[in-house]
Design a protein around this ligand. Structure first.
Ligand code: AMP
Length: 617
């Protein structure tokens, strides 16, 4: 296989419209909109007069209500209230198996494979729900600025995959916004932080949100913000702390009263809400009360006081899971803890002392909290928006892809085209060929992940390139091009150089894929490095042996015609044993038999040539 990598970089575009470009932090729990005016970023007040809009939507009689008003309805109308919709954006039913039981609304798979959220009698996609929140943010910004807002930059967790990014973009479009750029939340945070500090250095952004954790390492130098590495956990966030409290409380209630607190969606919503309240209260005081209705409407309450230290010991093991991502990211950036000049905290849960302490323990330095952690992402989005609007030439933002992207090659191997932590936008091109004679089509299977075996990676898309001119195996040249735009969205193109035939795919939301989670993928990639290598070696041995064996099998009738019977039988028997060795995946056996077969067929080859020469005129 011939390989010819090409990496190219694009530069930031400026737009010719003078309407304001806002920055939006579309959060799991809260969302914010900000804008840069006269070079200064500021958060815009919502139509409810608040700095944040809870990412909660109630749909009653077909009319959506968003924000605090919806949040108040959450307990009264759990069947009509949707929150944490961000956790469902761009996901399939299998992806959310772990959280489905904890959502107080029903999630189904629609006919198109996309998830549907049941709200009252109606079904909505997570894109539609997110668009309602975005529409509210747009309206708030328009009210605050007194101008129409048509363009925005929206942030997403660094670990959002292509389908989640596409879904976020789709929600923006549905809300009537032109989404100029999708920016990673930690990158936006460091932009806001860096702008304020105007300094050089290497920043670690410790970002614990409602449902995800990300650690990003950025280098700031001469106005250039460069993301060196990023690593995250898509299944760890503030909501998990709530669930830990809820589980503990449910156990106690069950012991004392036999009542099951998770018996209905209504009750589950109430327990989770009470748990979140307790958590937030414990970020401000040493003691707080957990209080929930035992039987909603019946006036029977369960109350129990918590201390910070009880809460801390409950959640500490969960928080320590963030350490893994920190190690990984440093490793990828080829840095050590000593190289980090600042640790910046982002996300609601980082207001908890125990989270700050955990970050401090991991990095051995006190985190910098000079920018408000709730607002830093929206401010950064506004700064990026300002840069894209062409108002700020002082800064340049360089971001990276979090996981390697590649294709499946013959034998089930992953061939990475774009290694993880490559800077975006980027592109790569590689040539492949056919493995079987007269093959007229190739399957292009696009993969994301770090494992050698194709099936161990995440499958992003599949498409077929047809119309390759029939020729012997190894002759056609199929060029595969990967293009990642500044949003981190991937486009893959395959082209047969001889016929000029091409096929391409923009990686569409791959709803409904059974997917091992990204962070476990990275971890299992590490722990399986050796067996992966064995597998890779085996495939290479097999790919070399197969054509030799096939050629020999084809010539068996010639052998019986041209060689003494024993010799022909020997060739036949080696072929048979070699087939069996391939089926057993016996690498050493296949290697030996290949040499044996070569030796055994030398005389046959000579005879075949001699015969051909004799026949020649
Ligand atoms: P974010 O995605 O950054 O909006 O974070 C949302 C998460 O932060 C949710 O799990 C909230 O419960 C949590 N959160 C918000 N405020 C606080 C606080 N003061 N203390 C602890 N957690 C908080």
């Amino acid at each position: 296989m011939a390989h010819d990598h090409e990496h190219e970089h694009e530069h930031e575009k400026t737009e010719g419209d003078d309407s304001p470009v806002v920055g939006i932090d579309l959060g799991t729990t809260n969302s914010l909109v900000a804008v840069v005016e006269y070079g200064i970023p500021r958060v815009l007040l919502s139509r409810e007069g608040e700095r944040m809009i809870p990412s909660v939507v109630t749909i009653h009689d077909g009319k959506p209500t968003v924000g605090y008003a919806a949040k108040r309805e959450k307990i009264r109308r759990p069947g009509e209230t949707v929150f944490s919709a961000k956790r469902l954006l761009g996901r399939g039913l299998e992806d959310i198996a772990g959280i489905q039981g904890q959502l107080p609304y029903e999630v189904l798979r629609g006919e198109d494979g996309q998830l549907r959220i049941k709200v009252g009698e109606n079904l909505f996609t997570a894109i539609e729900i997110s668009a309602m929140i975005l529409r509210e943010l747009k309206a708030s910004a328009e009210a605050a600025l007194g101008k129409t807002v048509k363009r925005a930059v929206i942030t997403v967790p660094a670990y959002f995959n292509d389908s989640q990014r596409q879904a976020t973009r789709a929600a923006g479009r549905l809300a009537g916004l032109e989404v100029l750029r999708i920016v990673n939340e930690p990158t936006a945070a460091s932009l806001a932080y860096g702008l304020q500090q105007k300094k050089q250095g290497i920043i670690a952004v410790y970002d614990l949100g409602g449902g995800t954790f990300d650690l990003s390492i950025l280098k700031l130098r001469d106005g250039i913000f460069e993301v060196l590495a990023t690593h995250g956990n898509t299944q760890l966030g503030g909501d998990d702390l709530d669930r830990a409290i809820a589980r503990k409380m449910a156990e106690e209630v069950k012991l004392a009263t036999k009542i099951d607190l998770f018996s209905s969606p209504l009750q589950t919503a109430a327990v989770l809400e009470a748990s979140e309240k307790l958590k937030i209260a414990l970020s401000e005081s040493e003691r707080a009360m957990f209080s929930v209705d035992l039987c909603i409407g019946a006036g029977k309450r369960f109350e129990r006081e918590w201390t910070v230290s009880e809460f801390n010991s409950l959640v500490k093991p969960l928080l320590l899971e963030t350490r893994e991502s920190c190690f990984h990211a440093l490793d990828d950036a080829e840095l050590t803890f000593e190289d980090i000049t600042d640790v910046v905290l982002v996300g609601g849960p980082t207001r908890l002392k125990i989270v700050q302490q955990t970050a401090e323990e991991i990095f051995g330095r006190v985190p910098n909290t000079s920018v408000h952690p709730d607002e830093v992402v929206a401010m950064g989005a506004a700064i990026q928006a300002d840069i894209l609007a062409g108002n700020n030439q002082e800064f340049l933002l360089l971001d990276v892809v979090p996981l390697s992207l590649g294709i499946e090659t013959y034998g089930g191997l992953m061939e990475p085209l774009i290694p993880r932590n490559s800077r975006i936008p980027t592109s790569a091109r590689e040539s492949f060929t056919t493995f079987v004679d007269n093959q007229t089509g190739v399957d292009v299977h696009v993969l994301q992940g770090e494992r050698e075996k194709a099936s161990d990676n995440r499958s992003l898309a599949r498409f077929k390139l047809k119309g390759i001119e029939p020729s012997p195996a190894g002759f056609p040249r199929v060029e595969v091009t990967f293009l990642i735009d500044a949003d981190g969205i991937l486009q893959v193109e395959a082209r047969d150089l001889r016929s000029g035939k091409e096929a391409s795919v923009e990686v569409k939301p791959s709803f409904g894929l059974a997917e091992a989670e990204i962070e476990t993928m990275l971890e299992t990639a590490k722990s399986n490095e050796l067996s992966d290598l064995d597998f890779k070696r085996w495939i290479e041995v097999r790919n070399q042996a197969e054509p030799v064996l096939r050629a020999a099998e084809k010539k068996i009738p010639d052998a019986f015609r041209l060689l003494p019977r024993e010799e022909a039988e020997k060739i036949e028997s080696i072929c048979r044993t070699m087939r069996q060795a391939i089926e057993r995946q016996d690498s050493a056996g296949v290697q030996n038999l290949k040499y044996e077969l070569n030796a055994a067929t030398t005389r046959l080859a000579e005879r075949v040539i001699a015969e051909a020469l004799q026949k020649a005129p």
